[in-house]
Structures are given as C-alpha cells and as structure tokens.
Design a protein around this ligand. Structure first.
Ligand SMILES: NC(=O)c1ccc[n+]([C@@H]2O[C@H](COP(=O)([O-])OP(=O)(O)OC[C@H]3O[C@@H](n4cnc5c(N)ncnc54)[C@H](OP(=O)(O)O)[C@@H]3O)[C@@H](O)[C@H]2O)c1
Length: 359
C-alpha cells in the first residue's frame, strides 16, 4: 500500500475506468488519466483534484508513448479491445512497462496471447489480459480449485448474476465480437476453441449455486473469456461457462448502455473434475464492474512488487499465486472454501441437452 507509483489508466473516464482510478487512489497509487476525449478527461480530473490527464489516441502511437511517460504500469479500460489492446500493448512494450487490461472479448484476448507472447517475453514485462470479473476471476478460481492437480477433465464456470444492465462499452464489445465471429457461436471443447453454427437456442439447465444465490436456470455454452485464460496455462480439454438466463435476457434486452443504479449480486461457481473426483469453489459479491477494479489494481500491485511467477503474456491464474490473490480480495468477495467430493454422476455438471440432442 501507498507506493505512490504512477499508474496510467487508458479509458479512465469510462464506467470501469472510474472504478479503477478510485481504487488506485485508495491503494496509494497515483492514477494518470488517459483517454481520447480531452473534455471527458478534464471533467474527470475536476473530480480528482491533483491528478494529471493526457489525451492519447490508439491511431497515434506517438501520443500513446507521450501519455505513458513516467508511468510505472498501464491499465487499459477502453473497450472494444479489438481496437485498443494492440496499440496500447505496443506502447507499453516500447515504454518497457507492464500492461493489464479488463478485456472480456475472446478473440481480442486470444490476439494478445498470440501476437505479443514473444515480444513481451523478450522485453521482460508482464502483459495480463482479462484481469477483471470475466476471464480473470474465473481463472483464479479454477486455478485455486485445481490445487495440486496439474490436469483435469473438465472445468465448469457458472455465472450467477441477479441482473445485468450492461454499459455502452460492454454492448459495443459484444457487437464487435459477434462481427468477428461472423455470427457463429464459440465454445471450448476437445482442447480447442470451436466455432459453430446452431439454429437452436442455447441449452438451459438448472444450476445449484450456493446460498444466497440458490438454484437458478442458466444458459449452457454462454461462452466467456475464461475459455482463453484457463486453457492458456491449465491442461483441461473441456472448459464451459454458464450464465443465469435472467442476466442473459437483461443483456440481450438493452441497446442503450443504461447504467444500473442498483448493481447486481453475483456468484461465480467453479467445479473442476478429474476422473471420479470434483473440486468446487465459489466467490460471491456485488457489482461485476466495480469488482474488476480491485482485481486489476491488485494485479498491478503484485507485478510492481515482484509477486509474479512468470513474465510475458500470462493470465491471472498463471502469473499470480491464485489462492493468495483471492484471499487479498476478502474485502470485496466472499469465498466458499474449496471442497472436494466424489463426482457422482447425478451431482456432476453434465453436458446440457435440448430437444433430445446432446449439445
Ligand atoms: N472482463 C470483465 O469482466 C470486464 C469488466 C468491466 C469492463 N469490461 C470491458 O471494459 C470495456 C469498458 O467497459 P465500461 O463498462 O467501462 O464501458 P463504458 O463506460 O462505455 O466506457 C468505455 C470506455 O472505452 C473508451 N473507448 C472505447 N473505444 C475507444 C477507442 N477506440 N479509443 C479510446 N477509448 C475508447 C470510451 O471512451 P469514449 O467515451 O471517448 O468513447 C470509454 O472511456 C468494455 O469492453 C467491457 O466489456 C470487462
């Protein structure tokens, strides 16, 4: 705490960026406010007296280099990340500082792993994509649930959200991702991403979340960024993510990026299965956007403090001590301790079925 190091936040005036700026201040860092709109930066700076802001554009590498001068790290909160991740990572590598983002775009996250692994390794800086609720938290939970296992047969990550009123940034990112997939669906199966076309609605199944969420109907194959982060370092051929149907309906029903004045409750319930044994861990809390700030800022804190296990491009579960990282979030999330049980057929999450076919 209280390092007084300067941490740049690109997209500082967005909904998530604001949470990150406040969290950085609370943790004793000095946020450097970055974005493409001078007026919005100025307005944000007015509510944080003493903070510097700098205008920078992803279309102008020199402006990004100038903006990152003096920063010890950068957190990218500007999405769609299909447009912003590569230019900001390039600038971070030129500057020689670590990069963390909150991207929940499967293809953009994959691009980060594919296109920057070698260079980030050569430069010797950490690049951590999806260091947020989707992608990051699930990966930390799966890694913690694995314990001493080095491989598993399946990982299931079920998102229980009491509601989901997405921001404009979330909606725009969803649109970009759908366009990049050409309308196809995506899932992680057989050790790889599979793009497919299906005329049926996504399958539904009942998921028994621990209290207070309780049993809820979830959509199967509601594929989130965890299908990139988890397999990036764990040998698990089947990684499946699920979303409460109510939250998915909320998401589909919004087109205006309306802000939610009463943020949702969430539970992230993770089950990993290896042979006849399953291990389970659950995290609960409130507000999927707000929780992304302590996740991203704790990541920066650990990277700058040398509490890392690798360098280059890495997911949260690979680069950090996952159980210890989760414990450090105790002010923000409640953890149901990991427990192990026999993966009896009736208890085990099974492939959801719909209309008599296996999905
Ligand atoms: N993984 C997770 O769990 C998680 C959690 C939170 C957020 N996110 C993601 O983070 C992103 C932001 O979400 P949000 O809730 O903060 O949305 P938001 O409130 O709509 O803010 C979006 C921010 O991105 C900026 N931006 C968009 N495109 C840009 C570009 N090409 N160049 C520079 N800035 C750009 C916007 O600036 P302008 O106002 O100038 O357009 C704004 O600052 C979304 O992609 C969202 O999916 C992911």
């Amino acid at each position: 705490m209280g390092s007084s190091q300067t941490v740049a936040v690109f997209g500082a005036y967005g909904h998530t960026g604001r949470f990150v700026v406040t969290e950085l201040r609370d943790r004793g860092f000095v946020p450097l406010l970055l974005g493409r709109d001078a007026g919005k930066l100025q307005a944000l700076a007015a509510s944080h007296p003493g903070l510097e802001y700098r205008v920078a554009s992803v279309d102008d590498p020199a402006s990004l280099d100038q903006a990152l001068k003096g920063a010890a790290a950068v957190i990218n909160c500007a999405g769609p990340f299909a447009s912003t991740a590569a230019p900001v990572i390039e600038a971070a590598l030129r500057t020689g500082i670590p990069y963390v983002d909150v991207a929940a775009e499967i293809e953009a996250n994959l691009d980060t792993f594919t296109n920057f692994a070698d260079r980030a390794q050569t430069v010797g800086v950490a690049v951590v994509p999806a260091m947020a609720f989707f992608g990051g938290l699930g990966d930390l939970l799966v890694t913690t649930a694995m314990g001493d296992w080095t491989a598993a047969d399946e990982a299931h990550i079920a998102y229980g959200l009491s509601s989901w009123h997405p921001t404009a940034g979330t909606l725009a990112s969803g649109t970009v991702s759908r366009e990049r997939r050409d309308g196809q669906r995506v899932r992680y199966t057989g050790g790889g991403l599979e793009y497919y076309v299906d005329e049926y609605d996504l399958p539904t199944l009942e998921w028994d979340f621990p209290a207070p969420m309780g049993p809820r109907t979830v959509l199967g194959e509601f594929t989130m960024a965890d299908v990139v982060t988890v397999p990036s370092h764990l040998s698990i051929p089947e990684v499946r993510t699920y979303m409460t149907t109510d939250a998915a309906k909320d998401l589909a029903g919004r087109s205006d990026g309306e802000r939610d004045p009463s943020p949702q409750l969430f539970a992230v319930d993770v089950i990993v299965r290896f042979g006849d044994t399953q291990r389970r861990i659950t995290a609960s809390g409130q507000d999927i956007y707000a929780i992304s700030a302590p996740l991203a800022v704790e990541a920066v804190h650990r990277i700058l403090g040398g509490q890392t296990r690798t360098s280059g491009v890495a997911s949260a579960g690979e680069i950090f001590d996952a159980p210890d990282f989760l414990r450090s979030l105790s002010a923000h999330i409640s953890l149901e301790p990991r427990h192990e049980s026999a993966a009896l057929k009736a208890d085990r999450p099974v492939r959801p079925t719909i209309a008599g076919r296996s999905s």
